[in-house]
Ligand binder design. Structure first.
Ligand code: G1P
Length: 297
């Protein structure tokens, strides 16, 4: 990197992409009319946790790859003057403060994805919203917190995406994926990486291979990718020529493997805690965790 006024150039990541077009069939019937990203942990929808995490990492454009059935997500981030009037000067007035702050600080952009052809396809669909700049991706099903309960895990308070943007500054030509160790029997639910720790690091790996949802016997490690990515814009060219997998889906893991072969993917073992809110059990665990944190139970 070129020094600028004696300092290293800081590459700001402005945009965060949210692939939110999926049907959320695991949560039917709840998700028949309500997008799964609108399901709340306590009173806050999953999508709002994701947007707040992106904001905490300095991003102000929230790029939603959505579908025609998910108007509720757009509505959530727009003002609602009737509700606001009805709670004005009551004890409930502050309940909309967080989401209203989000709406006033951020720019929300939307594009519709017509076909569900895998996460890689969803990310590629978002290309017109991103352009030629590095960007983050949040899968709101993976709810992350940086203040673990019990205090056994160390956390410096930065959100997972903030931790990743800091690492990105040291490796601006690389994509970064967040990883965590999962039980070996669960590797078939994730993209799994193999790599070597970067010199002097105990949490960042140079990825040399990655495989989407491997069987137990094919998994190189138990280091699973979770729903946080920082991607360089060259990923779009790679996605264009990435072949669909055996189910006809274009996987971001396969596209990243192409870049990993060039040494351009880093996997980062984040500090904090992740809840898999893409299934009912994980959703309940997250709900209990946040209810305890807030002294509700
Ligand atoms: C996607 C990715 C997978 C990743 C996971 C994280 O899978 O394809 O590599 O490990 O998100 O949540 P999905 O959960 O959409 O099937």
């Amino acid at each position: 990197m070129k020094p600028m006024f004696g300092l290293e150039t800081f590459i700001k990541i402005n945009k965060c992409l949210f692939p939110v077009a999926g049907y959320g069939t695991r949560f039917l019937p709840a998700t028949k009319a309500i997008p799964k990203e609108m399901l709340p942990i306590l009173t806050k929808p999953l999508i709002q946790y994701g947007v707040e995490e992106a904001m905490s990492a300095g991003m102000t454009t929230m790029a939603m790859v959505t579908s025609k059935y998910k108007q509720a997500i757009k509505n959530h981030f727009e003002p609602h003057s009737d509700i606001e009037a009805s709670i004005k000067d009551t004890t409930k007035e502050s309940l909309l403060d967080e989401v209203n702050h989000t709406s006033s600080v951020c720019n929300f952009t939307y594009i519709e994805q017509d076909q569900m052809l895998g996460l890689g396809h969803a990310i590629y669909t978002g290309k017109p919203l991103i352009g030629n700049e590095p960007f983050a991706v949040i899968l709101p099903d993976d709810l992350c917190t940086s203040t673990p309960q019990g205090g056994t895990e160390k956390s410096d308070g930065d959100s997972v995406l903030k931790q990743m943007t800091k690492l990105y500054q040291q490796h601006p030509d690389c994509c970064i994926v967040a990883i965590e160790e999962v039980p070996m029997i669960e590797v078939d639910k994730y993209g799994v990486i193999d790599g070597e720790l970067l010199e002097g690091s105990n949490d960042a790996y140079r990825v040399n291979s990655m495989v989407e949802k491997p069987s137990l016997k094919d998994a190189p490690t138990n280091l699973a990718i979770i729903g946080r990515y920082i991607l360089t814009p060259d990923i779009f060219d790679v996605l264009e020529s990435t072949e669909p997998d055996k189910n006809g889906e274009i996987q971001i893991t396969d596209a990243l493997m192409t870049l990993a072969k060039q040494g351009k993917v880093i996997a980062y073992k984040f500090k904090g805690k992740r809840f898999d809110c893409g299934n009912v059990e994980g959703f309940v665990v997250a709900t209990n965790y946040f209810a305890k944190e807030q002294g509700i139970i």
